[in-house]
Design a protein around this ligand. Sequence first.
Ligand code: GLU
Length: 496
Amino acid sequence: MAETVRVRFAPSPTGLLHIGGLRTALYNYLFARRHGGAFLLRIEDTDRTRFVPEAEDDILASLRWAGLEIDEGPEQGGPHAPYRQSQRQAIYREHVQRLLEAGHAYVAFDTPEELEQMRTRLATEDDPSPKYDARTRQHMTNSLTLPAEEVARRLATGEPHVVRLKVEPGETIRFHDLIRGEVAIETDQVDDQVLLKSDGLPTYHLANVVDDHLMGITHVIRGEEWLPSTPKHLLLYRAFGWEPPRMAHLPLILSPNGGKLSKRNAEQAGIPVSVRQYREAGYEPEALVNFLAFLGWNPGDEREILSLQELIEAFSLDRVGSAGVQFNLDKLQWYNEQYLRRMPLDRLVERARPHVERAGYTADDAYLRRVAALMQERIRFAHELATACPYFFEDPVTYDEAGVRKRWKDDAPGLVSAYADRLEALDRFDAATAEAALRALAEARGVGAGRIIHPTRLALSGVTFGPGLFEMMEVLGRETCLRRLRRAVAVLGDGR
Ligand code: GLU
């Protein structure tokens, strides 16, 4: 029987969900759906010093916004609940006990000061910055160096202690990473990891391994920054006598100005780091998801626009690269524009509606739909339907100065008034009749059409650019056009 894929996204709730975190979640999600498997959310909240109470809600809201459905998690529940590590302490303690009994772990009583002193006390020429490991542990205060009764006495009196993994030196840990191939790390480089902290809480390493095993995780897909932790995890799996999951480490996301896309680097490059910021800036979730999917992966053909469903069908870890990938905000904006262009008008109206209201405009859906049809190709964000073309909602109060200088010539007042008169006299007012009337007037006055088109646009919108003039006039309606044309003539006069 083929094994059922089970993957997890295991964020630590230390702040708003990072954009790189969403990419990790997405790749896990795509992999799960591609293989008909399960996508779990596990909250790794054992580091109480970095815990941020609102972070979990933000993670859930961000995943929901991005359209990544969770099969098992703190909200959804599931056969391996609880999915919050802070609620699984008894499980970790029981597992640490097993390691202690089997001699794979030991208790250490060293105080922070003693650990600090160790770094100078035990430094040698070969090992100038010693770790807590096979060489140094013999000189420290732990259950390997103290008599058993002494250990029991200290534990009985509640002396602060940690539990460490006993890493044996001189071994090479090899594993096959599904993205980077063969990886080998010497155990000499690995220190005796703390598994249980003095506050009784597990470290990331212990809780992560125990949970991945108990939750039946088949593939660990996570950022490259976790690669150095993997040998420690593999040693833990072996100590427990468990089969480890397969490993896949995603390439780093790089800032355009070099280095990892850290909070600081990103800020310097003007790149938002939290998913929340993208959401608030008005990005379409589908665009962000499509963009993130391509940050380290590609489908191997020319396609660039793929829906979540298409991404699921095309996704494979074989096509994830191992080299770092640069974050390109322009590319994300391009994706956003592509999604806006393909969006059904009703949806665009729905997306723009709150912004139209926030701007204090009144416009019914039918009207907004017509504005959307004209502006769809011209906007980068849905909210620009309210912000980039206020003239669809209110009469211009001012006129672009440079535009007036350039376009409102001496003959503009006469031509614009005459045009208003002709529009008023039309039987039927629409884009075609408005255009015909303008061309007829230009002909009659012996001027080029542009001589009327430009000042008319300025009078109607206050600016010199926008959608097709006659289409815009049809949407504005005759009454509004006449009022604005006549007001511009009154306000601008001969323009000087
Ligand atoms: N809690 C770790 C994080 O914050 C999880 C790393 C992993 O996936 O193992 O990313």
